[in-house]
Design a protein around this ligand. Structure first.
Ligand SMILES: [Fe+2]
Ligand SMILES: [Fe+2]
Length: 168
């Protein structure tokens, strides 16, 4: 019985991973999204790596809670799509924390179609720095996962950088 339970749980972990890869591969390999690897986000974690960390974490929690995991995975890949090094002052207009959600959304809709939920998730992920309240439970989840992954990256605890390098 224990063996069966173990087999089932490893299978579902594997199917989470496969489902995630299917959703994210076309986004991840888009050449504009790939540009995010040029910009550091937290310490030596690039914007691309951070987005992948947030995306996979949010997707797994979304699946477990029966939420819209596909939109969570996609919006997470877009939420910091601002394409500049925020550490360098001359590279940005206004305060990065307040401005980059809108910048990320504007870049996203140049190259991708997003649904209403994905739009809300991108635009409200920096709440309360962006005063618009998150409208969906998925938006609140992305906001929390973004902060959780940021802490892990700052402390250099966990990254999915190598977990997906061969599959994406
Ligand atoms: Fe952000
Ligand atoms: Fe972020």
């Amino acid at each position: 019985m224990n063996k069966n339970i173990r087999r089932r749980s490893s299978h579902s972990k594997e199917s989470y991973r496969e489902g995630f890869i299917d959703i994210i591969r076309p986004v991840y390999n888009n050449r504009h999204i790939q540009e995010m690897r040029l910009y550091p986000n937290h310490r030596d974690t690039s914007c691309l790596e951070h987005s992948l960390n947030v995306s996979y974490t949010a997707y797994r929690i979304g699946k477990a809670l029966n939420l819209d995991a596909k939109s969570l995975a996609r919006a997470s890949m877009f939420h910091d799509f601002y394409l500049y090094d925020w550490h360098i002052k001359g590279n940005r207009k206004g305060l990065h924390g307040m401005m980059h959600a809108a910048e990320a959304y504007n870049n996203t809709i140049k190259y991708f179609e997003v649904n209403e939920k994905e739009k809300d998730m991108i635009l409200t992920h920096m709440w309360p720095l962006n005063p618009k309240l998150p409208k969906y439970i998925e938006s609140i989840l992305l906001m929390c996962v973004d902060r959780y992954c940021t802490v892990l990256e700052l402390l250099k605890i966990k990254s999915y950088r190598n977990d997906f390098s061969k599959d994406l």
